[in-house]
Design a protein around this ligand. Structure first.
Ligand SMILES: O=C(O)C(=O)C[C@H](O)C(=O)CO
Length: 280
């Protein structure tokens, strides 16, 4: 089963009038992974599509472009498909099969037509997570393993923000048109991601939190630096972060997250740091 929902986003001023439920319905995609389903979300934030795809006995094909107005989903788009489960899976793009171990990401270039996802073991299915954005040029499809990703360490244990970012879809690792995608892991005992926070007015971003115990939550902060709000987020929930919003969080237990971005450029360092003492 493939279902699509839409998120429209809004302006910074709107969040003043939004209740917790309003914020959640606009900026949070809950429960993206369901066995046997593809749950797709079309956002009006730089037209990013998010998807959670969990094939069990049968493969799931996501190549149909009807919901985005083209014959095939990737006619005018590129994408990254991460396997966030503990089981292996495969993604077959126009007859070429790519095997994804846990934490591998497949880059799918513009022009792919048939895209079929399968799990090696239906009892322990792959959890595929898709970020797809409009693309002006085509780059070759490419599997990026966890070992091939560029790892960067940030933070300090003493500030509870020690973490490793792995950049997968990134100019130094695997070229794309405008998509950037990676995975951040917190060290045991560290709870803060993206601390100190930043803004990037030229890119939107989506965070998908995963690998959390069912009872744990991340308190994700969003909004303008001087007017923040929070979203309480569980495993398998994705936060949409408009270009005007900070995006950072603290977890009540271990967690990891996938970040995906698109916008005007691919310069990861094109950010404006926000000193913590400016947050309100
Ligand atoms: O923990 C972090 O710091 C991140 O993972 C930051 C994200 O990559 C990000 O927000 C990029 O803009």
């Amino acid at each position: 089963m493939i279902t699509w929902t839409t998120r429209y986003g809004g302006s910074p001023a709107m969040i003043d009038r939004m209740t917790a439920a309003d914020l959640r319905s606009e900026y949070l995609v809950e429960g993206i992974f369901a066995p046997g389903e593809a749950r797709m979300t079309y956002t009006h934030l730089d037209r990013m599509v998010l998807g959670g795809i969990v094939p069990t006995e049968q493969p799931i094909a996501i190549g149909d472009g009807g919901p985005v107005g083209t014959a095939h989903l990737f006619d005018a788009r590129e994408g990254g498909i991460a396997n966030l489960g503990t089981g292996r899976g495969s993604v077959t793009v126009d007859g070429q099969r790519h095997e994804l171990a846990p934490r591998d990401i497949l880059y799918v270039g513009r022009g792919a037509r048939q895209v079929e996802l399968a799990s090696a073991d239906p009892g322990n299915p792959a959890l595929f997570y898709l970020n797809s954005v409009p693309a002006g040029v085509s780059h070759p499809h490419r599997l990026i393993t966890r070992a091939e990703a560029k790892a960067v360490r940030f933070g300090e244990a003493g500030r509870a923000n020690l973490r490793t970012l792995r950049m997968y879809i990134h100019p130094e690792v695997a070229p794309s048109c405008l998509l950037l995608m990676g995975i951040t892991d917190l060290e045991p005992g560290s709870v803060w991601n993206t601390m100190p926070p930043h803004l990037h007015e030229r890119r939107m971003e989506a965070y998908l939190y995963f690998d959390m115990a069912p009872q744990d939550r991340v308190i994700h902060l969003m909004g303008r630096p001087d007017n923040t709000r929070h979203l309480v987020v569980g495993s398998g929930d994705a936060v949409l972060s408009p270009a005007w919003s900070i995006h950072m969080g603290a977890g009540t237990g271990p967690y990891a997250f996938v970040w995906g971005m698109t916008g005007e450029n691919q310069v990861y360092q094109d950010v404006d740091p926000v000193p913590v003492d400016r947050l309100k």
